[in-house]
Design a protein around this ligand. Structure first.
Ligand code: FES
Length: 113
């Protein structure tokens, strides 16, 4: 099978949201145990309801590596990480980042280098 030299850009932005679920007392913790699933359901519903599905890809992902900090999601191409805690945080991220093209600073997670 021959692969194309370039793949088309499907979305303006692509969100990866960790859905990993570990046992409750697991030492690494998990986004699933931090309440991720209902938040990602709301995020998917908001994207759909606002008609953003053609420009925003939304992919539930496996572990993103910072398990105790969850629930975590990252938006590309900016590479901005968010830690929403409630439905209102999801609404803010959608309204600010996805609709207005600005950061939702209260939910941003700063990764140290
Ligand atoms: S379980 Fe979500 S980042 Fe590891």
């Amino acid at each position: 099978m021959e692969l194309p030299d370039e793949l088309p850009q499907l979305y303006k932005r692509h969100i990866f949201a960790c859905g990993t679920q570990r046992p409750p007392m697991h030492p690494r913790g998990s986004c699933g145990n931090s309440g991720a699933q209902p938040l990602w359901e709301r995020l998917g519903q908001k994207i759909e309801a606002l008609g953003l599905g053609s420009e925003v890809g939304f992919t539930p992902s496996g572990c993103l590596g910072f398990c105790s900090a969850g629930p975590l999601m990252v938006i590309y191409p900016e590479g901005v990480w968010y830690r929403p805690q409630c439905d209102a945080d999801i609404d803010t991220i959608v309204a600010e980042h996805l609709q207005k093209d600005v950061l939702a600073p209260d939910q941003v997670v700063v990764l140290s280098r």
